[in-house]
Ligand binder design. Sequence first.
Ligand code: PMP
Length: 412
Amino acid sequence: MSNSTTTAIDIKKIRAQFPVLNQEVNGKPLIYFDNAATSQTAKSVVDALIKFYEKDHANIHRGIHTLAERSTKGFEETRERVHQFINSEEADEIIFTKGTTESINLVAQSWGSKFLKKGDEILISQLEHHSNIVPWQLAAERTGAIIKVIPINEKGEILLDAYKKLLNRKTKLVAVNYVSNSLGTINPVKEIIELAIAQGAITMIDAAQAAPHIKIDVQDLNCDFLALSSHKMYGPTGVGVLYGRRDLLEVIPPYQGGGEMIKDVSFNGTTFNDIPYKFEAGTPNIGEVIAFKFAMDFIDEIGHENIQAYEHELLEYANSKLKSIPGFTPIGTADKKTSVISFLIRNVHPYDLGQLLDAKGIAVRTGHHCTQPLMDFLEIDGTVRASFAVYSTKEEIDVFCESLQKIVARFN
Ligand code: PMP
């Protein structure tokens, strides 16, 4: 049977955590290969959400009653858990946001307004998601800073030599993704950060696509800021993290004003709360933050090394099968990749392919994947993207490839 694996993954046990996978779509067993957009939510996470709404729902930090204490404890436990998960120096360096997008916007607005001035340079790569492009464009407009783009090669890899040439004393910030959502390229972020530091630049790592697959250690990376999203890590939607180094978080202004983020308010002026609360105005997604802890537990119980090895096996398996499909062109062939396969098939529009696969119960993503500048570089409008998770199987890949074969036979 093709489903045998050589890695330490108990796929049956893992899939039992995802009842959503156990359904038919359009009369066929669901095959969910849209994990780079959002992963399915682990049952332990859903159970924690239900428990919160059925038993513990109360606002955090302000109440002295039992439910408020329970929800505050749960919320702060997740902060501690993220602190361990990404190995920050302190839990106070963990700020909860709505997601990676909001985390990057926070930095672009707060850090940008304090530190960027006319003529300063911001380096981003050709591989970035719109959420690591547009906030910097807005910051550049406000401050007169200039955006420069780190080029990539045809395989979808950052050109380090070109990056080195772009770095100079005017470079104030380097913002790159750890893993490309469109191509799956794993970028050499440690090296990118080291080079940025040598020029005195601040670094912002978009780890949205890395966190579910690769162990993140912010102290080892030595980055200044890092963003991730719970919903790509088997956790709930509406929760993201911004990691920031304490000394930076302390000096940059608040992102939003409101409750929670203040110490004292009067009409003569306001003093702000300490970090991380200074950046957490208003009532957050309390239940979702609490439940996010269980997503990190789920990942850690399997182990990033096992996840990466298993997903790599899936990637290689799929690559070897897809090669034989007539007209198949992989888009993004970096040497180091997560389990993302972007591709085109001759004579079939990606959108049609997406619809025809859906008719067979297979969920993939089509289009530009919020990376239009990357698509422009590749001179294409978009791709079809199949992205695997730890619950994906070789059997599913078999069905996916057979379905593609049949579709291609109709068009060619
Ligand atoms: N960066 C990357 C690389 C992503 O893949 C995504 C989500 N597709 C984002 C940023 C934005 O994440 P979110 O929508 O969770 O804010």
